[in-house]
Design a protein around this ligand. Sequence first.
Ligand code: ADP
Length: 433
Amino acid sequence: MNYNWRGAVIRRLLLLIGVCLLLGFLSGYYAWALVLGLSLYLGWNLNQLQRLHAWLKQHQADESPPDGYGLWGEIFDNIYHLQRRDQRARGRLQAVIDRFQESTAALKDAVIMLDRDGNLEWWNLAAETLLGLKSPQDSGQSIGNLVRHPRFKEYFEQGKYNEPLELPSPINDRLRVNFQITRYGNDDHLMLVRDVTRVHQLEQMRKDFVANVSHELRTPLTVIAGYLETLLDNVEEVNPRWRRALQQMQQQDRRMQTLLNDLLMLAKLEATDYPADNQPVSVDLLLLSIKADALALSGARQHRISLEADATLQLKGSEAELRSAFSNLVFNAVKYTPDEGTIQIRWWSDAAGAHLSVQDSGLGIEAKHLPRLTERFYRVDSSRNASTGGTGLGLAIVKHVLMRHRARLEISSVIGKGSTFTCHFAPQQIVSR
Ligand code: ADP
């Protein structure tokens, strides 16, 4: 109801003044009658104000407002309704929050909210079983104090959360958990932690199986290779017609041995996340010896191989692993570049880190193959591979070695013009001589 309170108040005031004037007229004291009337009015207003103040100060959620007369009564009622509306809205909001908390509490995955500095703000029940967070003691604690793994610390501080991180749980080594962080709001963090123990075990079984099979096959192959060599040495005495067959068997045996070696190398790389060695490696000298091997591999095919390397630039890591990765790239360039083609090897650094590139003037690779090139056994053209004797594991090894050395592989290629494989190493891996 839209009652005109302003008019009513003015009317009442005028009425009061009228009554006071009438009393003044009757008594002959106009001024005193007016002062008395207005003082009473002021006193009554102050009293209402004081009642309002007292009610606002002490009133409980449901306590109705004091009775008021006129505009004051209206003010009391309006404030009361405003408060009730506010309470109802708060109640609805609380119900939504309760439902949200109940549903996240029922999740098997841990959900953790962190502020921009990584301090814990809220988490669900699963976070307590997976990470051992304790409610309410851990509230406000830094996540780095609770998940102390150095890789988690590095992952969190780096702030690049495109890839999830997998680690053993801080409370139980047998549990394997996967961390996925997303930023939201005011640079706050939402962290999802999943139990991936089962997937990890299956993955481990696959790795162990491949490693064991490769290992077990090595001995029979060595025995076969030994007998083939003896047979070939004495082929004239046994049966000269077997020479070709034996030579082919020997060739295939060697191929299987390189395949097994590559598989074992991959299994070894997969077994740990970091190279055991973390010594400064003189990449320039390493490349020099790889270049010599590449020239030997090229032999009569006469490739022109150039090397430009910054001799002051060393890399932290495992020399054996880096040799394997770099030589795979250089030998591939030799394998897939026609005779007398050029191959350029460069090793340099800039603000983004250190870089090694191997550029060839070879066959080139179609763009659609590039994203899949580092997959195991992925080949652009299987007939191409038969002539080069590759295993299809070379670039998978390169990728793994680079990952362990905080580096990534970039491949660019133009069909018929050649390809460039570039390894980008993070600045932290560089050691300057
Ligand atoms: P492979 O043992 O077959 O060489 P890799 O994993 O080293 O296996 O390479 C995968 C595939 O990528 C190769 O089969 C080849 O088709 C292609 N490839 C690798 N390097 C080059 C290159 N420099 N030029 C053209 N193609 C290449």
